[in-house]
Every structure is written in structure tokens, then in C-alpha cells.
Design a protein around this ligand. Structure first.
Ligand code: PLP
Length: 299
């Protein structure tokens, strides 16, 4: 096994968030600062990668292959995990018009030593076919976004950290939904906390079924202790609006830490919008900062 604990800040801090808006309902609000786990292998990416990497190692693989777009947080974290934890990595990249200088993410993955394979957007849709063409026998496959059954165990550890840091189970946890792996892992981990998922994509109701399919613990699935919110995507994936921009500026100034507009910004914004109508008085709420920032980007 590799000694990842030396380079990771675990358990990640659970920081109180204060605002007079919370006092009116006597809410205790905390932020789970998973963005501080590591400068590059941060947020829910570490949670989702951990057991994939351990499985690769225990099966004797030292090479990893995965997929991603030019701005993929997953690709970025995978490249960093390769560099820091001693895996050779290759990434199949969506867009054959791109190169290793096309984005900060691709530049960083390249600097980490990840080999980048650029394919057309059409070819990218058929992952099985791409693997049959590109994958070498000695490469372990990590799925796009890292959301698979092994990711559930890593997300469950985040939930356990929260309950032991608080000393009890919170009433609500808010998280952003991209592929849904993080929300599924949280629902799987608890039947005491209501999981509030804020979808960052437009027209993504189909994700509800995908999330329910990922939940292994059918008892938790049946308890329906979770909610999906589809009205906070701001026009679609990675889209920003003047309202979201000014919320993020206000939030960062007030609370003193950075959030980004693709995932965490939409989730924090949704929480502020929903706290009056959807949160019971006297509750404890935990908001997951899932990372996604590039401010620590180093060469
Ligand atoms: C920073 C960040 N936050 C949240 C998410 C959403 O997580 P999930 O895909 O597990 O729903 C992702 C990735 O998809 C992400 O990169």
C-alpha cells in the first residue's frame, strides 16, 4: 500500500460558517473543507479515487488510464495522484483539435507526466471502443469522473469524518451533483442525515435514476432521505450569471475562502436560497466544499 496519508490533509477541517441569516432559525452551519485535502488531489476527487487507487495497487497495477475533457477536475487530480503516488498515467481527452497547452488543466496534467491521447468528440462517446483501441493490458481503468462502486466507500469515509468531528449526525448535508457519485455515496452512508443534492447541469433529471442505481444500500434508497434540486444550474454546466458572480464575490469576502462557479458556488448559492423554506429550525447543516479550484496550481 502507498503512504498517501503523509501528503494529504485528513481528516479535512469541518469549519463553522456564521451569518445572521442562520441565527434567525438557530441553525448550526459548517463547511466540510475537502478542498483543503491536497493542493491538486482535492475535494471529492480524492474521496472518489482513493479506493480505485488502492484496488489498482493491490492488483499489481502501476499504470492508470482514464478519460476527461480539457477542464476536467478528475483528469487534473488523476495526473497529480500519478505524480505524487507513483503511478504512470494516460488520459484519453475529448477533442482532437486540442493539445497539451489548450487549458491550464491539460498543461498541468502534461507537466505531471500524464500522456495525453486526443480523440474526436464523436469517438469520445464510445468509451468501450476507445479502451479496446488504446488500453494496454497492464493499465488499470479509472472511469470518467471516478464515479463507480469503489468511489462510494471513499465518500462514506467523508461522512464518517463529519459525524466524528461533530459528535453526532447532522440533519442535512448539501453537495453539488455532477455525475452523482458524491451524492450517491452520501445517501449510501447514512439513514440519519437528509442529503440535499444541487444539480449543476441543465435538464439533468436523468441523473436521479443514475444516482439511485449507484446506491448499494437499498434500505437507504427506500428511506428517501434525500432531495434533488434542479433550479440552480444557471443555464447549464459551467455557465455563470451576474447573480451567481456577485453571490460568489460576496460569499468569498464574507467567509474568507474561495469557491468556484461550476460546482461549489452553485451549491452554496442554492443553500442560501433554500435555507428559509427547506431547512427546519434548530438544525445542523453541513455544506461540502468539493474542491475544483485551480488557485494552487504549481509547476
Ligand atoms: C469540484 C467538483 N465538485 C463536485 C463534483 C460533482 O461530483 P459528482 O460527479 O460525484 O456528482 C465534481 C465532479 O464531477 C467536481 O469536480
Amino acid at each position: 500500500m502507498f503512504d498517501f496519508e503523509k501528503i494529504l490533509n485528513l481528516p479535512s477541517p469541518l469549519a463553522p460558517l456564521t451569518d445572521t441569516a442562520f441565527d434567525e432559525k438557530a441553525l448550526k452551519v459548517y463547511v466540510k473543507r475537502d478542498d483543503l485535502i491536497h493542493a491538486q488531489i482535492s475535494g471529492n476527487k480524492w474521496r472518489k479515487l482513493k479506493y480505485n487507487l488502492l484496488q489498482a495497487k493491490s492488483k499489481g497495477y502501476s499504470k492508470l488510464i482514464t478519460f476527461g475533457g480539457a477542464h476536467s477536475n478528475h483528469l487534473y487530480a488523476m495526473a497529480a495522484a500519478g505524480k505524487y503516488l507513483g503511478f504512470e498515467t494516460r488520459g484519453i481527452i475529448r477533442g482532437d483539435e486540442l493539445n497539451e497547452n489548450s487549458s491550464i488543466t491539460l498543461q498541468y496534467t502534461h507537466q505531471c507526466g500524464m500522456q495525453l491521447l486526443f480523440v474526436t468528440r464523436e469517438a469520445y462517446r464510445d468509451k468501450e471502443n476507445l479502451l479496446s483501441i488504446y488500453r494496454k493490458d497492464d493499465e488499470y481503468i479509472v472511469p470518467e469522473g471516478g464515479s463507480n462502486a469503489l468511489a462510494m466507500a471513499g465518500v462514506a469515509e467523508m461522512y464518517q469524518e463529519i459525524t466524528s468531528q461533530l459528535g453526532y449526525a447532522p440533519d442535512y448535508i448539501f453537495c453539488p451533483i455532477g455525475s452523482g457519485g458524491t451524492m450517491a455515496g452520501l445517501i449510501n452512508a447514512t439513514d440519519q442525515t437528509r442529503i440535499m443534492g444541487v444539480c449543476v447541469l441543465k435538464n439533468a433529471e436523468y441523473l436521479e435514476t443514475e444516482i439511485l442505481n449507484l446506491i448499494e444500500n437499498k434500505a437507504h434508497q427506500n428511506k428517501k432521505n434525500f432531495r434533488f434540486f434542479h433550479d440552480f444550474h444557471q443555464g447549464g454546466y459551467a455557465k455563470n450569471t451576474p447573480e451567481l458572480k456577485s453571490f460568489i464575490e460576496w460569499f468569498q469576502q464574507k467567509h474568507g475562502f474561495d469557491i468556484e462557479h461550476v460546482y461549489s458556488g452553485k451549491m452554496f448559492y442554492a443553500f442560501y436560497q433554500l435555507l428559509k423554506s427547506e431547512i427546519r429550525p434548530d438544525s445542523t447543516v453541513v455544506l461540502i466544499h468539493t474542491g475544483g479550484l485551480r488557485r494552487f496550481c504549481q509547476k
